[in-house]
Design a protein around this ligand. Sequence first.
Ligand SMILES: NC(=O)c1ccc[n+]([C@@H]2O[C@H](COP(=O)([O-])OP(=O)(O)OC[C@H]3O[C@@H](n4cnc5c(N)ncnc54)[C@H](OP(=O)(O)O)[C@@H]3O)[C@@H](O)[C@H]2O)c1
Length: 386
Amino acid sequence: MKNVVILGSTGSVGVQAVEVVKRSPGLRVVGLAAGSNWQRVLEQAKLLDVPKIALWDAQAAQDADRNKAYMGLEYLEVLPGQAGVEALACDPGADLVLHAVPGFRGVRLLLKSLENGKRLALAGKEALVSAGELVRPFVEKHLILPVDSEHSAIFQCLQGEDPEAVDYITLTASGGAFRDLSRHELSQVTPTQALNHPTWRMGRKITVDSATLFNKALEVMEAHYLFGLPYDKIQVVIHRESIVHSMVTFRDGSTKAQLAPPDMRLPIAYALHFPERKPSVPESIGPFMGTLTFEPPDLERFPCLSLGYEAGRLGGTAPCVLSAADEIAVEAFLAGEIKFTDIYPILKAVLDSYRPKPADSVEMLEQEARWAASQARELINTLTRR
Ligand SMILES: NC(=O)c1ccc[n+]([C@@H]2O[C@H](COP(=O)([O-])OP(=O)(O)OC[C@H]3O[C@@H](n4cnc5c(N)ncnc54)[C@H](OP(=O)(O)O)[C@@H]3O)[C@@H](O)[C@H]2O)c1
């Protein structure tokens, strides 16, 4: 039996992880954490007979504690606030922690788990990208199992291979909701349109990031930190069908790819069950039919992708600053404050005005992320006053 903690259990990845665990007799959830959605966490605790939950929002934790008895959960321990979620991230009873908390707020959770020797199934890419330099020693100890479908694909292709034999890797991208729009059309799109991804159902931030290709920028940096490859060995192709999840090309000229339907339950289950493979979806997957297409990304229309390479090559605190600025820009777009096409110039301006520093502590990252957020906010305010 493997004991699992799920951080971010009420989100898109978290809910699918709960579904995978429900179908997996070898997995037991010993803790669930979320931000404020206490009703959903209580339902999940009931469904999976979980002994402990944590809610970042202290008021939500109080509400959960007050209401748990109505659901027959008198025994349930409710840990409040940031300290409660951090305690779950390094729960002594957990063999594996699934990290599915978006944004910079996931950084301390990520480090808490790793510093306490926990194996991590990692979806929270902003946390990894922000704290990449601090996480490196834990990657070397093989403590991180990727959940992002592209990185899971690379990880699967690398099994049984000599890492030295890798020539380069290719991350695939669906191209997002606006892959066929012109620059002019892109300037007119609404948040509702941006949230309508063609192949994946995901949380709001990652869906907007997919539409700008900033998600792929994050993934390029994520791949650099997870697989230790230089940036010129990490390529991106647009693959509309989202069937090939990524590829590894070896020095003998052979390429291995991992194929599967676009269903996050598959990479989630792979990470949770690793090193075993277990059935994770009820439907049987027949042979692949149809055409697979690959095309280069259009950096003129989707320049956010190039920022991942730029910040990645700058290194130090630059990836953290870029990611923190994006969180603010995406929020502003979703709130209707800025246009979709304003996101790139905001990120570019923040990165251009930044002198990266060595990323040597979480406090340093917090300080730089705050700076990036305030710079991005200032730029947004300037745009909204136009
Ligand atoms: N969705 C996907 O298919 C997918 C695929 C690959 C990678 N990822 C990555 O996985 C991460 C999660 O994405 P998502 O789409 O699942 O996001 P989401 O749907 O927005 O869910 C976010 C989850 O995090 C919880 N949360 C927020 N703040 C928290 C805090 N301070 N402490 C504990 N929990 C907190 C939320 O709780 P409340 O509900 O209470 O707010 C919710 O459970 C992101 O980094 C994303 O890039 C997602």
